[in-house]
Ligand binder design. Structure first.
Ligand code: PLP
Length: 287
């Protein structure tokens, strides 16, 4: 494999960052995880916009190269590895700086494109997950927005990692995380949806959560399918009477949930309709 590091394609074994890189030392960086279908980066503009917003929150957006340049780096990495179906991660950090914690205004960012093969999605594609998700509500809470901006996708993933650690030894493979006030927010690496009486609900982005690119696509697809969508502030017990539950992210796409804290759920018609619409949208990239 070859990865893209600071403008150069390098063999994976030589793809390294400086031990003084602030992304490594402090989590002082932002990233995007994306799917590539048929050589096209799915929802590139939305990912590029979110990366821009994340870098703005971290105060080094000026150092971010234009989106077309970043896009070209990913395309070069795909071509170098002869891949059209892939998972790719684009990271940008504040790089190496003189001094210690205080960020220097002069930023020479470290920019890395990591890539790996991932079979195509779409109508004839394979799911990346081997089965529906089992969720468990964890005790660790989402970092409040007043502490760290939840809508920035930064290298600081400790709250999600702590949430996943709580799943150890259980059957669950995704955590349900709550705000400090106890409202449902999201999964450790996914957005949470439930269906009640035919209406699709998901926690509102006024809560501390990462507004996923897939979440947005799902809300659009539901609108187009005439399925009512509501974003709100929900207590965990709203899930008890839900008819269907699913989680979304760029890698999983729409992943049905068949268990929440040991309660069983069916993979229902609304989830299936949205999966079909999502697959159709992916399929269009191959036309
Ligand atoms: N929420 C969190 C905490 C995530 O880490 C992710 C993705 O990794 C998501 C939501 C879903 O985001 P997206 O659909 O953009 O992949």
């Amino acid at each position: 494999m070859q990865y893209h590091v600071d403008g150069e394609l390098v063999p994976a074994s030589e793809a390294t960052v400086n031990v003084r890189d602030r992304g490594f030392m402090y989590g002082d960086g932002a990233f995007e995880t994306m799917r590539v279908y048929g050589g096209t980066i799915f929802e590139w503009s939305a990912h590029a916009d979110r990366l821009q917003r994340s870098c703005e929150q971290l105060g080094f957006a000026d150092a971010l190269p234009p989106a077309a340049d970043l896009h070209a780096r990913i395309q070069e990495t795909l071509a170098a590895n002869d891949l059209t179906e892939a998972y790719t991660k684009l990271s940008i950090t504040r790089g190496v700086q003189p001094g210690k914690l205080s960020p220097d205004p002069d930023v020479d960012p470290t920019i890395v494109v990591y890539i790996s093969e991932l079979p195509r999605g779409g109508t004839d594609g394979e799911r990346v997950w081997s089965g529906p998700a089992a969720l468990a509500t964890v005790d660790s809470r989402q970092t409040p927005d007043s502490v760290l901006p939840a809508d920035a996708k930064t290298h600081n993933y400790l709250d999600s990692i702590l949430a996943r650690l709580e799943l150890r030894g259980s059957e669950a493979d995704e955590a349900i995380v709550r705000s400090v006030d106890g409202a449902l927010t999201e999964g450790a690496s996914s957005n949470l949806f439930f269906v009640d009486d035919g209406t699709v609900h998901t926690p509102a982005d006024s809560l501390p959560l990462l507004p996923g690119i897939t979440r947005n696509v799902v809300l659009e697809l539901a609108d187009a399918a005439g399925i009512e969508t509501v974003t709100g502030v929900y207590e965990p017990d709203r899930l008890v009477d839900a008819d269907e539950v699913f989680v979304t992210n760029s890698t999983w796409e729409i992943r049905p949930v068949t268990s929440v804290d040991g309660r069983a759920y069916e993979v229902g018609p609304v989830t299936r309709t949205l999966q079909q619409r999502f697959d159709d949208r992916v399929e269009k990239l191959y036309d």
